[in-house]
Design a protein around this ligand. Structure first.
Ligand code: ADP
Length: 577
């Protein structure tokens, strides 16, 4: 799993988000307090009227009091509207920033971390967690803010009206606080369990969908469904059930703690009036406050509850920030385009290296074919040379600069890995091509397509603007390869590592695609991980890999003449074909 942020790290990020906006945030709090105070003026006026009636008063006083109450309501409405817009704006800004920061981090996560964590966890964070945080920040933060400010303002005003009477508002607070402590101490654990259960479920669902072909051919449908059902029963249901049970218990505390004060004000007030210490008007005012404060308190508790869920989701989102980058751009610029590996070792799992101390120099403009048995480490070496993974030991440099010292953009302008997977994203054809070079003009896109011989584009109904991908215009596998090659032309790296992509060069591949690939690669340094020895025979040099080491390196003719591993592979290959 990817890391989950601690409470402190989460708070740290929150402070980072709020700091540049603290003035506006403070203004919003003041406005909220004013709006709340306006609303609370009415019970006060009612109290004053009751006292005045007892003592004997004029019509004029009553009329003025009614006008004042009307004014207070109007002020509350106006202030409330002003502050609602402002609070919402801050909420939207923050949630946008969280989402942008998250997407930015996710798209730059080290590939090795994503591979080892599995895509399900990341998927759950990108979908479930981020929506939850966004909802909470949008609605929850404003409501929590209003609830807190209203509650505090009500307590302050109650104390101002009558400190002794206000006591009855506070005596039940311990019940509410104790209940909240009981609840929150247990709920974080439950919510973490709940969100993680979605990750597990997502992993299974994503895996089933991604490898639907395998599932079908091995007739695993029923088994996968059983697995999902079991997970729903053991993880999801259990998580939700214990959450609901805990919440029900807690609501009892909450209800008791907030209903009791209104009753207490009257009882305690009756006693105090008998002593001549408070007026009936004051009792009514404070009783109305006690009744009114129930709602903001319930809002706080309700949203604190959602906050617990969101805080866990937030911790998982902030967790993505904690993944250490596997490259630190130093600003160094390569002098030249020669790629060299020195003493390169790589281990997917600690202590289990699959590459051992490899030295290799690519010759600019030349093609190097890497051959060898399956599992020898060819793909892994290809990934090292393309800068996908930093080596565990040793260095890979381009023009004297380590690949991990370059920014990702800089790296991709130097060397690119092409695999057999050419995904076409849902969107226009132009969008799919601009992924490689965002600023490219339509002419540049058309030229790249022409370079790889993608003449079919001319027949598309809307040309470059035609929507492609699943659910839109269907592109054939050959066309998808054209798109991938056009992206390569747009990226225009001096070096290309072809992994599996060389199967395009297989005898079975169409001549046309072969020509497209040749044109896309013209003038570039090429590392071809060769699955067919015919590819190797056409390369300038051949490297033979066995058990994570390069055991032979030279031209095809030299290696055949040498009579080593390559020579026998070549002999076998020739016999077979
Ligand atoms: P080749 O391309 O020559 O078939 P690879 O580079 O794919 O070889 O694999 C070299 C070794 O590394 C193999 O033992 C393989 O099982 C292991 N390996 C490859 N990818 C991973 C991975 N993502 N995690 C762990 N081990 C891996």
């Amino acid at each position: 799993m990817l890391p989950v942020a601690s409470l402190r790290q989460g708070m740290g990020f929150l402070v980072e988000l709020l700091r540049p906006r603290w003035r506006r945030f403070a203004a919003v709090i003041v406005l909220h307090a004013l709006a709340a105070a306006s609303a609370l003026a009415v019970p006060y006026i009612i109290g004053r009227v009751i006292d005045a009636l007892g003592a004997g008063t004029t019509h004029r006083f009553i009329a003025l009091a009614a006008l004042a109450a009307l004014g207070a309501y109007l002020a509350e409405g106006l202030l409330g509207k002003m502050v609602a817009v402002r609070t919402r704006l801050i909420g939207e800004e923050i949630s946008a920033q969280v989402r942008e920061d998250f997407i930015d981090r996710v798209t730059h996560l080290p590939l090795s971390r994503i591979e080892s964590a599995g895509t399900g966890d990341l998927l759950a964070r990108t979908t479930h967690d981020i929506s939850l945080v966004q909802e909470t920040v949008r609605d929850g933060v404003p409501r929590l803010l209003i609830g807190t400010v209203t509650t505090v303002t009500t307590y302050v005003l109650a104390v101002l009206v009558s400190p002794v009477l206000a006591l009855s508002l506070f005596v039940t607070l311990p019940i509410v606080v104790m209940g909240a402590r009981y609840y929150f101490r247990r709920s974080r654990h439950i919510y973490l369990w709940q969100t993680q259960s979605y990750s597990v479920l997502n992993t299974v669902a994503a895996e089933t969908a991604d490898f639907v072909g395998t599932v079908d051919s091995l007739d695993l449908g029923a088994a996968r469904r059983d697995m999902m059902n079991r997970l729903v029963a053991t993880h999801v249901f259990e998580g939700q059930h214990s959450g609901i049970r805990l919440r029900m218990r807690y609501y009892c505390f909450l209800l008791g703690g907030t209903l009791l004060p209104t009753v207490l004000v009257f009882a305690w007030g009756a006693y105090l009036t008998a002593l001549g210490q408070v007026s009936v008007g004051a009792i009514v005012t404070v009783a109305l406050y006690a009744n009114q404060v129930r709602f903001p308190i319930a809002t706080i508790i309700m949203w604190l509850d959602s906050f617990q869920v969101a805080a866990v989701a937030f911790a998982r989102i902030v967790g993505v920030r904690l993944v250490a980058p596997d490259r630190e751009p130093t600003g160094a610029t390569p002098s030249g385009s020669a790629i060299s590996a020195r003493g390169v070792s790589y281990a997917y799992r600690e202590g289990r290296p699959v590459l051992h101390d490899i030295d290799l120099d690519l010759v600019p403009g030349q093609t190097l074919a890497i051959v060898g048995p399956s599992g020898a480490g060819k793909s892994t070496l290809g990934r090292m040379l393309a800068g996908i993974h930093p080596p565990t030991e040793g260095t890979v440099t381009v023009g004297g600069v380590r690949l991990i010292d370059l920014t990702e953009d800089e790296l991709h302008s130097q060397v690119v890995l092409v695999t057999q997977e050419h995904h076409v994203f849902v969107g226009s054809l132009a969008y799919n091509l601009r992924l490689a070079r965002p600023g490219a003009t339509d002419e540049e896109l058309a030229r790249a397509l022409a370079t790889v011989g993608a003449t079919w584009v001319d027949d598309l109904p809307e040309g470059l603007d035609t929507r492609v991908g699943s659910g839109a215009h269907k592109v054939s596998p050959g066309q998808a390869q054209h798109i991938a090659l056009a992206r390569l032309v747009l990226l225009d790296p001096h070096t290309v590592v072809l992994d599996e992509a060389t199967s395009m060069l297989d005898p079975g591949a169409s001549r046309q695609l072969e020509a497209s690939l040749a044109r896309a690669l013209a003038g570039r340094t090429v590392v071809a991980i060769a699955h067919r020895l015919s590819t190797a025979a056409n390369a300038d040099r051949v490297a033979v890999m066995e058990e994570g080491r390069i055991t032979e390196l030279g031209t095809h003719d030299d290696l055949v003449a040498k009579g080593g591993t390559y020579a026998s592979l070549w002999a076998t290959w020739n016999r077979q074909s």
